[in-house]
Design a protein around this ligand. Sequence first.
Ligand code: NCD
Ligand code: ZN
Length: 357
Amino acid sequence: MTPDLTELTLIRPDDWHLHLRDGDMLKGIAPESARDFGRAIVMPNLVPPVVTGQQARAYRDRIMAALPAGSAFRPLMTLYLTEETDADDLIAAHDAGIVTAVKLYPAGATTNSASGVRDFDKVQPVLERMAEAGVPLCVHGEVTDPDVDIFDREAVFIDNVLDPIRRRTPGLKVTLEHVTTQDGVDYIRDASAGIAGSITTHHLIINRNNLFAGGLRPHYYCLPIAKREAHRVALVEAATSGDPRFFLGTDSAPHADPAKESGCGCAGVFSATNTLACLAHVFEAAEALDRLEFFTSRNGPAHYGLPENEDTITLQRTPEPLALPAKIETGAGPVTLFDPGFALHWRVKDTPQEPAQ
Ligand code: NCD
Ligand code: ZN
């Protein structure tokens, strides 16, 4: 790799796990993803959740209406799996190109997941139909048992829930989303086929110490929670390795500041605006800039069986640190942008540094 690389052109990236919300929040934050990304897998955890093909179509229309004029960004919709999911509706929505994947939230795992699955046997017939029809399953991989320590919930989920589901549903294509542990990385690497993992921007940068550095840091609180440093290092190793089973899913999840800076703050880190700058920093530090494109733009489409984007973006190294706003102002309130804790020196060329308000 060229040591003095100052420009890097990539196939336009996609975000394989994104929260776009609805209403004024959607209007405020959709341009932040549309600026750099070609497509995103859009999470269905609205209130109420997106559970039918018709709801997914209507949500997709609201997202398209919130995009800047002329934007080529394409939302890839998901359905929220519940114990009542109608498999016929789901398969029909997938066949019609409305729904790309289905999201499994264990009930109570995270923000707006009350409708999630309690009894995994109840969704088994739906999972079997999905396997037959080739519909991918996106998984929030944490158990919700309050007796399980919050830092162990991913590892326990893999053993107690995910592995049994995969064993009894051969052919089901699974994304273990926002992998946060060495255990998750190892599970994906050891699997013979049918599973990949998305990794967020922030889990490549922060560990659990950052949550408490000099005080409680609500803007670093997300689920799955950041783990100890050895896990972060394992994630960086997986992301920068070029291994086709790992790709970007930012899990950018905006909440207005008062909902984060509260006695019971919401989980979610908002990183859509500066994700590519952060990733270029991480990959540069790992001497892996030549593998960034696999993580942002190639491995995800390959897993989902979709073509890569046809256009490109160019990242440019700048001597001056990027001047990004601390917050994005939206009609639903200000949203604090993820602070990586270091200066950013990679910008997406021809992109205004000040995001459009
Ligand atoms: C997400 C949200 O706010 O919707 N929060 C988070 O911490 N990641 C929910 C989720 O996908 O877990
Ligand atoms: Zn999420």
